[in-house]
Design a protein around this ligand. Sequence first.
Ligand code: F0G
Length: 350
Amino acid sequence: MKYHLECTECGSVFGSSYNSQICRKCGGILEVFYEGKFPRTNKIQNFWDMEAIMPNSNYRHYYLGNTPVIKSKEYKDLCLKLEFMNPTHSFKDRGSAIEVAKAKEYGFKEVVCASTGNMAYSTTYYAKLYGMRARVFISDNANADKIKDIKSVGDATITKVDGDFTKAQGLAIKYAYKEGAFLCGDYCYRKEGQKSIAYEIMDSNPKVKNIIVPVGNATLLSATYKALAEMESSGKITKMPRIIAVQSEKCQPLVRAFKNSSRIKYEKPDTMADAIAVGYPTFGEQGIEGLKRAAGVAVSVSEQSMASEQKRFMRDYGLAAELASVSTIAAYRKLLPRGESVAVITGANV
Ligand code: F0G
C-alpha cells in the first residue's frame, strides 16, 4: 500500500522515499501511515498474501510466516502459535523480510542493528539473501548459541557490547549515522511485518478473545494492536480481541508503567529470558496506548514460572522454546482469561 512516514516525536512528515526509520530532525522514531482505505484481506495462505497491507516495495517472496497454530494439551481454550517455525526460528523473520527489503530498495550496501540475539540472527539472514553486509551489536546477555547462529547464517560483523540492549541500541544508531548503514531493528518497517501474526491468528480463528504476546521492545505488542485496528477498520473483524502483554518480573518497565499509569522508565534488566531483557522498550508508550484501546492488560511472570513452562513445553510437544516465548503460557496460567486464547510462542533459539 502507498504510505508516508510521520515522526512520533516532532510530527514531521516524510514521503516513502525517506531512507531512514528515525527522524533526522529530532531522532524520534517514525511510524508508517497508509494512504487510502484499508483493504479487507482474504484468508491468508501465504505470508506474501499480506503484501496488500505492507508498505509498497519490491519484495522478494522468500518462504516465511503462515506458522502452525496448535491446541494446548492442557487447556481446551488455549492455542499456541509456533513462530519458531520461521526460517531463523523466531517471529523476527516477518519484520526483517520487510525491513531489509526497504534497505535494499534505498540502495544501502549494509544494514546495522542492535539485538539480544534473535533480531541480529534474522536480520543477518535477510541481509545475506538480499546481498548486503550486516553489522550487529549484541547485548552482553545474549546466549552463545545465538551468536553461533548469527555467524553461521551470513556475513555479519558482530560486536558483543559491554552492556545491555539499550547500550547496544545507542551504538547501532551511532554506527548507522557514521558509516551510512541502514538502521534496522525495532522500528517502523519491522512493526509492519510483525502485524502479519495477528492477521494469521484472526484467520485461524475469528472467535479469538485473547492474544498473548511477550514484550521486549513492544514492537510485537504495538504491531498486534495496529493489525487489529486495521482489521476492524476494513470490516474483517467486528470485535477486537484483548491483548495480554507479558514481561518477566525481573525486567518489567512496560508492566510497571501500565499499572501506575506513568511514563516508561528505564529498568536494568535482570532476567534469564535473554530475548526480552530490554530495559527501555522502544515502542513502549505506543504499546501501552494499544493495550488501553484493546482493553488489554500487562502482566509480569516469575523466572521460575518461565523455566517450568519451558520444561513442560518440551515434555508435551517434544519441542524446545525460549523462556521469552513460553512467558505467554505462564501468563495464561496466571490469569486464566475467559474465552479462546492464542499464546504466541515467539522463538526457539535456546
Ligand atoms: N520473543 C523473542 C523470542 C524475542 O526475541 C523478542 C525480542 C521478543 C519476544 C519481544 O518482542 O521486542 O517486539 O517486544 N527480541 C529482540 C531481539 C529484542 O533483539 O531479538 P518485541
